[in-house]
Design a protein around this ligand. Structure first.
Ligand SMILES: [Zn+2]
Length: 224
């Protein structure tokens, strides 16, 4: 068993497309806190607020919940995203988008039982990859990567979209690989259709045997 990265990337891109379609006048850098706040299913809370409310000592939060950056607690179709607001800004932005992605894509997260199977291992690996891809595609949308393909470099991207240099580098590598795989053919029509056309490209690429994301899958040194 292994993770189908191409399929996972498509799933994340599709989830971003569906979320973004319902939002008007998106501008960049994306106000991720605002975007998540608009989703009535989510309640955001900082580590401090969570600590005060639950009487959990602040220093114990990361060991109890398994992350120094953020985590979410789901209840039915609602969730609480608890985040460490002392993180560097770019990391915090990506972290929030990542947790939001877990929620939007209905991930099951860690099952805290002792029987952690190989299936769980691969599912979790796929979920982390999907959440990272979701964050990347939300903060630096695919059709915008295409539009500015010729004038963006890693540092400019990091500055404009307020994502880390590492995340920018991966995003630009992904679009480069897509361009090499014939993305242009899908994008040459009406600019308004670009988000949709990009998705179509990804969907149709699933049937081909180019595992274009494989080489990027371990590069993310980002939160879980
Ligand atoms: Zn995660």
């Amino acid at each position: 068993m292994r993770v189908n990265y191409q399929k996972s990337f498509y799933k994340a891109a599709k989830a971003v497309y569906e979320i973004s379609n319902g939002l008007d006048n998106l501008s960049f850098p994306l106000d991720i806190l605002e975007i998540i706040s608009q989703d009535r299913r989510i309640k955001l809370m900082t580590f401090n607020e969570f600590s005060n409310k639950t009487h959990t000592p602040h220093f114990e939060i990361s060991s109890i919940f398994g992350s120094e950056d953020a985590f979410h607690i789901r209840k039915g179709n609602k969730a609480l995203i608890i985040y460490n607001n002392s993180l560097p800004m770019n990391r915090l932005r990506f972290t929030l988008a990542h947790e939001y992605g877990h929620f939007v894509m209905g991930h099951t997260g860690i099952n805290l039982n002792e029987h952690f199977t190989y299936e769980d291992f691969y599912r979790r690996k796929a979920e982390e990859y999907e959440a990272n891809s979701f964050a990347s595609c939300l903060l630096f949308p695919l059709h915008i990567r295409y539009k500015y393909f010729n004038c963006l470099n890693t540092y400019k991207t990091s500055e404009i979209f307020q994502i880390s240099v590492q995340a920018s580098e991966i995003a630009l590598k992904v679009i480069k690989t897509h361009m090499d795989s014939g993305l242009d053919d899908y994008m040459t029509s009406n600019e308004n259709l670009h988000p949709k056309n990009y998705l179509l490209f990804l969907k149709e690429s699933l049937d081909s045997h180019i595992d274009y994301t494989n080489e990027f899958n371990y590069i993310y040194d980002l939160p879980i």
